[in-house]
Write a protein that binds this ligand. Structure first.
Ligand code: ATP
Ligand code: MG
Length: 572
């Protein structure tokens, strides 16, 4: 491609509303332009990168035995009503009507459509297992579209769906996709982690993983062990429970009565820390919840946060919400902010492991403006259950290995694999006939990759102060040829020759044939970030060129033949 003819509108400065490094580069390097909030045109260089990402995705999906199809973005509302999601999806679902007043939605995902296909086209166990995928535009009217392609309202996704006759089959299909995802993200050159995520009531152990590109701008927190391979989303991350030691138990035996503290107006841990001058870890927080209509008290240490997903899973409750003010005041006979576990009546108490490992703590007194100090868990209150009900924190013990500690990272979710089970096949009556002639619902899995989000995730990881440093496999071009002066016929001749030979060898080449100052060309070249640059300048008369690697900054001189051989060699 000749740069004089190539639409790659580079910018010196990014627009001021672009905060993320990847968003700035997306615009500055001429990869994409915004049409509306979260809606982008992929310009030629951006489209080239996306095609390379798609190529890798297709190769790995096909190798894993998946088959590509393409489903419509426009989907009849009836299908969404069958699954029950037309109501619950909320404002993210873009709804529209056709000229006959029939309701449609623009697909934010395709479980409904694919389950419809399976229902009508996969009738027998002989056709199973089957995994079908597409790379397609998705629509989600996100509340906060931002960071360029990281959170769009119209974006590219690869979505795959597996259909199996039984749960063992699903485990195998899931594993194949999981492995394929690892290969895809490795080939793309991403620094990523596959993390355990919460599967809710379906899926069971290992029921869902998210693939996270590590980046400070990421919206998700990942807890990862610094010793073993354990990594999980914060909502799911477990921690090694501290064991109550002998000393604590002994101390508890000789416990005296709690001491009443006058704490006027101090309702929150922050306020208590302020007024008593003690560390937050000395307190025990009491939160009152209503789970399936019944009140429960949840205790976590003052410096910890309740994890409602863990709590709900532990309770097996269909609904869980913080109790309202009236309920709290009714249960504690005090204003809100003074709830505590001592003499709380018939409310059952669930205490986090870390609370049960405390020798003593300060709790609310169930009396307005009072707290109790030297309260000993197991002595002054009895917990109906103790378990893991809080978010892990940095430095917690690893739940899997002996020596490891949990470290936190920020991550961008670039992929998601999920065991759906029969969630959709039952709702949509999608069944097949099994080997014994019985009708059964498909056991399904779904597997997504944010193709356009990936582009931005790569930008977030692969850049320096001068611009992008593309990983080789997805760079828009493999080689950037820069003749220093287009008016110099010797330079241009050599440049053309190299361009032709590299192109013949199947390498994508961008040649900067613009009549610009060398400084401008080099700046643009750094910004665009092609892995290998070959500069043709004064040495042209002797057939000598200069080369520079974008990633390492390494430079050198070579004969044209050497440069050619090196560039071609890298591709193989
Ligand atoms: P998020 O939590 O980031 O909103 P999600 O869990 O809703 O994502 P999935 O339904 O699992 O997303 O979709 C599969 C993949 O599609 C995600 O892993 C992500 O990479 C990508 N994706 C989801 N929403 C967006 C978006 N608004 N813009 C770009 N990519 C997206
Ligand atoms: Mg997800």
């Amino acid at each position: 491609m000749r740069q004089s003819q190539f639409l790659v509108p580079t910018l010196r400065e990014a627009p001021s509303d672009a905060e993320a490094a990847s968003h700035k580069l997306l615009l500055r390097a001429g990869l994409a332009r915004q049409l509306a909030a979260g809606v982008y045109t992929y310009l030629p260089a951006g489209r080239r990168v996306l095609r390379k990402v798609e190529k890798i995705v297709r190769e790995e999906m096909d190798a894993a035995g998946a088959q590509e199809l393409l489903m419509p973005a426009m989907q009849p509302a009836e299908l969404w009503k069958e699954s029950g999601r037309y109501k619950v999806y909320g404002p993210e679902l873009i709804r529209l009507k056709d000229r006959h007043d029939r309701e449609f939605a623009l697909g934010p995902t395709h479980e409904e459509v694919i389950t419809g296909i399976a229902r009508s086209e996969l009738g027998s166990y002989r056709q199973l297992p089957a995994t079908l995928y597409q790379i397609q535009t998705k629509f989600r009217d996100e509340k906060r579209p931002r960071y360029g392609l990281l959170r769009g309202r119209e974006f590219l996704m690869k979505d795959a769906y597996s259909f199996d006759a039984d749960w063992d089959g699903l485990d195998r299909s899931y594993k194949r996709m999981f492995d394929a995802y690892n290969r895809i993200f490795s080939r793309i050159g991403l620094n990523f982690r596959a993390v355990e995520a919460d599967a809710g009531s379906i899926g069971g152990e290992g029921g869902t993983h998210e693939f996270m590109a590590l980046a400070d701008i990421g919206e998700d927190t990942i807890a990862a062990c610094d010793q073993c391979g354990y990594a999980a989303n914060l909502e799911k991350a477990e921690y090694g429970a501290a064991v109550a030691d002998e000393q604590r138990l002994e101390a508890a035996q000789t416990a005296k009565e709690p001491i009443k503290l006058h704490t006027p107006g101090a309702r929150t841990i922050d306020e208590l820390v302020q007024s008593l001058g003690l560390d937050a870890s000395r307190f025990i927080k009491t939160l009152l919840y209503i789970a399936d209509g019944k009140p429960i008290a949840v205790l976590v240490r003052g410096d910890h946060e309740v994890n409602e997903i863990k709590l709900q899973n532990a309770l097996g409750a269909a609904s869980l919400a913080l109790a309202d003010k009236e309920t709290v005041e009714g249960l504690t006979k005090a204003e809100t902010g003074f709830a505590g576990p001592v003499e709380l009546g018939a409310v059952s108490i669930m205490a986090d492991h870390a609370v049960m490992a405390m020798t003593e703590g300060i709790v609310g007194a169930n009396e307005t403006d009072f707290h109790l100090a030297e309260v000993r868990p197991g002595i002054h209150f009895i917990a109906a259950a103790s378990g893991d009900y809080r978010n892990a924190v940095q430095g917690d013990d690893c739940p899997r290995c002996e020596a490891g500690k949990l470290q936190f990272h920020r991550g961008i979710e670039v992929g998601h694999v999920f065991k759906l089970g029969t969630k959709y096949s039952e709702k949509l009556s999608a069944t097949f006939i099994d080997a014994s002639g019985k009708e059964k619902p498909f056991i399904m899995g779904c597997y997504g990759i944010g193709v356009s989000r990936l582009l931005s995730a790569v930008l977030e990881q692969h850049n320096d102060e001068n611009g992008i440093c593309w990983p080789l496999e997805i760079a828009p071009f493999g080689v950037h040829i820069i003749p220093v002066s287009v008016k110099d016929s010797q330079q241009m001749e050599l440049a053309e020759k190299l361009y032709e030979q590299l192109t013949k060898a199947g390498i994508d080449v961008l040649m900067d044939d613009r009549d610009e100052r060398p400084g401008v060309k080099f700046k643009d070249s750094d910004l665009i970030g092609i892995p290998l640059r070959i500069v043709i300048g004064k040495g042209a008369s002797e057939g000598i060129v200069e080369w520079k690697r974008r990633l390492t900054g390494e430079t050198g001189t070579a004969t044209v033949q050497e440069a050619l051989a090196a560039a071609i060699g890298e591709r193989q």
